[in-house]
Write a protein that binds this ligand. Structure first.
Ligand SMILES: [Zn+2]
Ligand SMILES: [Zn+2]
Length: 322
């Protein structure tokens, strides 16, 4: 019986051996799957963290640029290296955000590598960052290049240039120069500087939608453009980052806006205002260090008052005004 039993047990063992092997394989498989599931949950968490950062960087970048610009405009701050100032301010904001992941056991570092004017479109600033997200032994690293619009941000250039010469004010849409621009121009013996007494220019950057620019040859288009305070692409005008540094000209592709002289009452008896000549109204001419004159181009007459810009031949032909 014992012997038979032993044989039987041996046979049984042989019979169930494949079942045991299958079970072991299955167990391994299930265990393996568990590991895969855990890993994908972890990488989902990492993904979520990096996506969250990606979504927040544009807002934080805009805030950094706006803060610096308003400090220049309202608190007389001067900035020598605007990409560096923006980088530093953005890095602090990003570090604050990254630290919130620690309690979830995720380690997030995001380094702001560079900030530069987009070579393709001067109305955008390119922000380059590197995100590294780690949890346990998992790691996710990503280089990001994001284009952030500067439309809607204030233009600091007039304040940096004219503040030493007088008092400038602004509301939410326009900068008023008072006597400062007149004094700034007179300081370098520019002819007819006084035509810019009480001049004004747009406070907020908005890209002109009237494209091609030749369409400004129509008085109505020029009137709408001026009343809305639109900015125009210009290889001569300075870019936003250089405006923060108070540069009226720069090597980057930038933009220009017109500074409006005070409107004048036009007496139909003598044609005097039509023949006015003054420093060209493009801001890169006024703030570029070397002004040149332009002829008055009237775009609106209201109750005898003439609203006009001074345009030299180059600008007049760019905007279809001749
Ligand atoms: Zn325009
Ligand atoms: Zn520039």
């Amino acid at each position: 019986m014992d012997k038979k039993g032993y044989v039987m047990t041996g046979t049984s063992f042989l019979l169930i051996l494949p079942a045991i092997l299958i079970a072991i394989t299955l167990l391994n498989y299930v265990h393996g799957e568990n590991e895969i599931t855990t890993q994908s949950i972890q990488s989902d968490t990492l993904n979520f963290a990096s996506e969250d950062l990606k979504r927040n960087i544009p807002t934080l970048s805009r805030q950094s640029m706006e803060n610096i610009s308003l400090e220049i405009i309202d608190n007389n701050k001067t900035v020598e290296n605007s990409p560096e100032s923006i980088k530093n301010q953005l890095q602090i904001k990003i570090n604050n955000l990254s630290s919130q992941y620690v309690k979830q056991g995720i380690n997030v570092t995001c380094n702001v590598d560079s900030v530069q004017t987009s070579p393709q479109n001067s109305f955008f600033i390119e922000f380059n960052t590197t995100i590294i997200v780690t949890q346990d032994n998992l790691k996710h690293k990503e280089h990001l290049s994001q284009l952030i619009s500067i439309e809607g941000l204030p233009d600091p250039l007039p304040f940096v240039k004219c503040r030493p010469y007088g008092y400038l004010t602004h509301n939410s849409t326009r900068t008023s120069y008072g006597s400062s621009l007149n004094n700034y121009l007179a300081n370098t013996s520019v002819k007819n500087a006084s035509l810019y007494e009480n001049a004004s220019s747009p406070f907020i950057i908005k890209k002109c939608p009237y494209d091609p620019y030749l369409s400004h040859g129509s008085k109505n288009t020029m009137k709408n453009c001026q009343e809305n305070g639109f900015y125009h692409d210009s290889s001569d005008g300075s870019c936003y980052l250089c405006r923060l540094e108070g540069k009226g000209l720069c090597a980057h592709f930038g933009f220009e806006v017109f500074i409006q002289p005070s409107p004048v009452y036009f007496n139909p008896q003598n044609n005097s205002s039509v023949n006015l000549e003054g420093p060209c109204s493009s801001d890169h001419v006024i703030f570029g260090g070397e002004t040149y004159p332009g002829k008055a181009i009237i775009y609106k007459i209201e109750n005898g008052t003439n609203y006009f810009l001074f345009l030299d031949n180059g600008h007049a032909s760019k905007y279809g005004a001749i």
